[in-house]
Design a binder for this molecule. Structure first.
Ligand code: HEC
Length: 104
């Protein structure tokens, strides 16, 4: 979130690839779990976020990020993990990482 907000597109691109690797890991190692079958529901939101990063479009980034967060929650609800609520972060997760873009 903070990479896109600061238009640090190189960092945002790196991070979306990390999310993708995690999703692939789930499909590979948790393939026997029923929840894994619905993981494709997250693809449209991931595609649109990737597109926003490619286009360096901050407005689309924010919209896609909200969509992605909603997809996380709708799966948690449908898999009886509704207590696991994902929100859009308000503060950067690490105090030792600079999310601003020095090369803007
Ligand atoms: C296909 C359904 C599905 C989608 C989509 C999904 N989740 Fe989950 N998530 C689960 C399930 C099921 C669990 C419980 C896993 C377990 O039992 O260990 C979980 C657990 C979690 C946990 C808790 C992990 C832990 O060990 O405490 C986090 C954090 C989480 N999800 C974040 C997300 C985020 C962020 C997204 C969106 C980018 C997302 N999830 C999308 C199904 C989903």
């Amino acid at each position: 979130m903070f990479a896109g907000e600061n238009q640090n597109w190189a960092l945002a691109d790196f991070e979306i690839n990390e999310i993708n690797e995690n999703l692939e890991g789930i499909q590979k190692y948790c393939s026997e779990r029923t929840e894994t079958k619905s993981i494709g529901m997250i693809n449209p939101a991931m595609d649109s976020l990737r597109n926003a990063i490619l286009k360096k479009d901050e407005k689309l980034f924010r919209k896609s990020y909200t969509n992605l967060t909603n997809s996380c929650n709708s799966c948690h609800q449908s898999t009886n993990h509704e207590y696991n609520v994902i929100v859009i972060p308000k503060n950067p997760p690490f105090s030792n990482q600079d999310f601003s873009n020095k090369n803007k």
